[in-house]
Write a protein that binds this ligand. Structure first.
Ligand code: FAD
Ligand code: FES
Length: 370
């Protein structure tokens, strides 16, 4: 589940209800590892873009004549870093994650949608807590921002990071993390886990399975105390293993938060089949940015997809039910979601839906967005 850590974002007091878009200038590009880069964007000089650690930017790029959007978590900290930065790791045959490192240069301008996402927390110098973070590969990006913010904003809080990677060469932010560990000795504790360890590797190696987790927990200082909160972001299998061991140790679910970059592979196929089992088109009314639109949604198509094809410029990012950029509230009618991970139980109970994975089941669906 994409998680809402401690607090939902507040509704903005402004007449324009849709998200803001910005054209950001690329300040520089840092080659972090062989297959990962960080893109540093200049903050606009007029009004700085506000964001919270753990949120993501949606990059909007034209590739082969088509507009493509993808979400990238901010690895910069609003308290520490002057500029905004995201890190992108290449995905095999991935469109945007390969286009960016191959084509984007310093000085270019990229259209982005304002920072969004619920994987956030409020920092306060009065807090005394222990954040236990599990990151796999590119899942380090939101954690990096959270680590920097926590260490500088909460002098009495500590953070432990369990960071899994294929090999030593693929560890994003290796040197930066090591410097932070030295600078904040006793407050930042890092355990690296590598699938393929080099000779003389002193750390852990192998997959982050149950047995390894048991060993690792013994090395985390005070991991069982009430003030611990658990955050995870990484491959599905890794997060499943962490969740099950936390469950085994009876860690309350309200202390465990998760950010998914990709939808579960097993669940995905089953959901696709379920989506096409409904075979009637339904009309949907969408209220957005002071306008009302009516669209006819075919049985195997999502509400967002149909709206975009009809030229309605609705907000969206991941198009897989993970990021909540397309969230709306169903004021009437029934909507079925292929993927519910992005919404909390209370949001679902209040009628919130994700238009990118939403299918109308009745003809009286009215969705308000923004
Ligand atoms: C909230 C959120 C935050 C994100 N933050 C980051 C970030 O900070 N850094 C980052 O690198 N990525 C991040 N992602 C993932 C990113 O948005 C893209 O999905 C990723 O870069 C792949 O896009 P693509 O266009 O290259 O691949 P696509 O062309 O969309 O996909 C190609 C194939 O790769 C699979 N795939 C897609 N993503 C992954 C993945 N992450 N791992 C394995 N297989 C995958 C797809 O299922 C598909 O089969 C985030 C995603 C979300 C939802
Ligand atoms: S666009 Fe990300 S959840 Fe719908």
């Amino acid at each position: 589940m994409a998680f809402s850590l401690f607090k939902k974002s507040e509704k903005k007091e402004e007449t324009h209800s849709g998200p803001r878009y910005y054209d950001l200038k690329v300040k520089n590009i840092v080659q972090e590892t062989k297959d990962a880069i960080s893109i540093v964007f200049e903050q606009p000089s007029s009004a700085k873009i506000a964001y919270k650690s753990g949120q993501f930017l949606t990059l909007i790029v034209t590739i082969q004549g088509k507009e493509v959007r993808r979400a990238y978590s901010l690895c910069s900290s609003p308290f520490v870093d002057e500029h905004l930065a995201v890190s992108v790791k290449r995905v095999d045959n991935g469109l945007m994650s390969n286009w960016l490192p191959d084509n984007l240069k310093a000085g270019a301008t990229v259209k982005v949608m304002e920072p969004m996402g619920q994987f956030t927390t409020e920092f306060s110098k009065e807090k005394k807590r222990h954040l236990i973070l599990f990151a796999g590969g590119s899942g380090i990006t939101p954690m990096m921002s959270i680590i920097k913010s926590l260490l500088t904003q909460e002098p009495d809080s500590i953070v432990s990071l369990i960071y899994c990677n294929r090999n030593i060469e693929s560890v994003i932010f290796k040197d930066e993390l090591s410097s932070l560990e030295t600078k904040y000795e006793g407050r930042l504790h890092i355990i690296h886990v590598l699938d393929e360890a080099p000779m003389n590797w002193q750390g852990y190696s192998g997959l982050l399975n149950h047995d390894m987790l048991v060993k690792l927990f013994e090395r985390i200082p005070n991991w069982g105390i009430d003030k611990s909160t658990y955050l995870m972001c990484g491959p599905e299998g890794m997060m499943k293993n962490v969740e099950s061991i936390l469950e085994e140790h009876k860690i309350s679910r309200d202390k465990v938060f998760k950010e998914s970059f990709v939808t579960g592979t097993i669940a995905k196929e089953e959901k696709k089949e379920a989506a096409v089992s409904e075979n009637k088109a339904h009309e949907v009314t969408i209220r957005y940015d002071g306008q009302e639109y009516k669209i006819l949604v075919q049985p195997n198509r999502a509400i967002l997809e149909t709206a975009l094809d009809a030229g309605i410029d609705l907000p969206y990012s991941c198009q897989s039910g993970l990021c909540t950029a397309c969230r709306g509230k169903a004021l009437s009618g029934k909507v079925k979601l292929d993927e519910e991970e992005g919404l909390s139980q209370s949001e679902r109970a209040e009628g919130y839906v994700l238009t990118c994975v939403g299918h109308p089941l009745t003809d009286d669906v009215v969705i308000e967005i923004g």
